[in-house]
Design a protein around this ligand. Structure first.
Ligand code: DC
Length: 227
């Protein structure tokens, strides 16, 4: 059976990673969460106080960043390693979330990340989620899905995800963060978030996880059969 490339793009907290992960498991494909790479770069910039307005400093900092996904045997998930340190937990916190869109908008950061993402797809058999995967990273992908959900559903999902770790967090804070990231991600100059012209739209506001998985897998099976 031929392997294909599947891309999932969309706004923050639409459930892209959950769906991408489940699709990869069903198809026996590799799942790549491209956002984890931008988050790890952001963590490095925060720790080393890199001035994001200074492009020489940004370019220099990137030469010290080595990113690897490594399988976590306990969770069955790939964890993000920044220079050999597992940063999976830390990159999901609000400090990184509040700064990641600014970092992801920088041209040198995008060139650095996209080149690595494209290498991961050379063998196909990959499901990658992000913002520009169907438009910039794999414009020739066999299946492109653009995932959407209503703003209320997105805030609620993100709240449920974060409140266990941070009981003081509020929905208003999360909403402000999502709105800020949506704005920066879709208006930035270099590969902004936009729907690829040949993407299939999946609005999961009123779908259960199983329903959205069934729908996405039916699209994948059809594209695999025609590959
Ligand atoms: O998917 P996420 O929320 O973990 O992504 C974190 C940030 O990284 C998001 O605000 C936008 C950016 N991003 C990007 O610009 N391009 C991608 N392919 C993936 C993420």
């Amino acid at each position: 059976m031929k392997k294909i490339i599947i891309t999932l793009d969309g706004y923050s907290s639409c459930g892209k990673s959950t769906l991408a992960k489940q699709m990869a498991a069903h198809l026996n494909y590799v799942f790549i969460d491209s956002g984890a790479m931008y988050r790890a770069i952001t963590l490095y910039f925060i720790r080393h106080r890199i001035d994001v307005t200074n492009s020489d400093a940004v370019i220099e900092a990137l030469t010290h960043i080595h990113l690897v996904f490594k399988l976590n045997e306990q969770t069955g998930r790939a964890d993000m390693y920044l220079n050999n340190e597992n940063v999976e937990e830390e990159i999901r916190g609000l400090e990184v979330s509040n700064n990641v869109s600014q970092v992801a908008a920088l041209e040198p950061v995008r060139i650095f990340s996209v080149a690595q993402q494209q290498l991961m797809g050379t063998q196909k058999g990959i499901v990658m989620d992000g913002r520009d995967i169907g438009t910039a990273v794999f414009p020739g992908a066999e299946l492109k899905i653009f995932v959407t959900a209503s703003p209320e559903v997105r805030v609620e999902r993100r709240y449920q995800e974060l409140v266990a770790k941070d009981p003081a967090i509020t929905k208003a804070e999360i909403q402000a963060n999502l709105e800020m990231r949506d704005h920066i991600d879709s208006t930035r100059e270099f590969s902004p978030l936009k729907q690829a012209h040949d993407a299939l739209v999946l609005d999961n506001s009123n779908l259960t996880r199983d329903e959205q998985l069934d729908l996405a897998l039916s699209w994948a099976q059809e594209r695999i059969a025609n590959a």
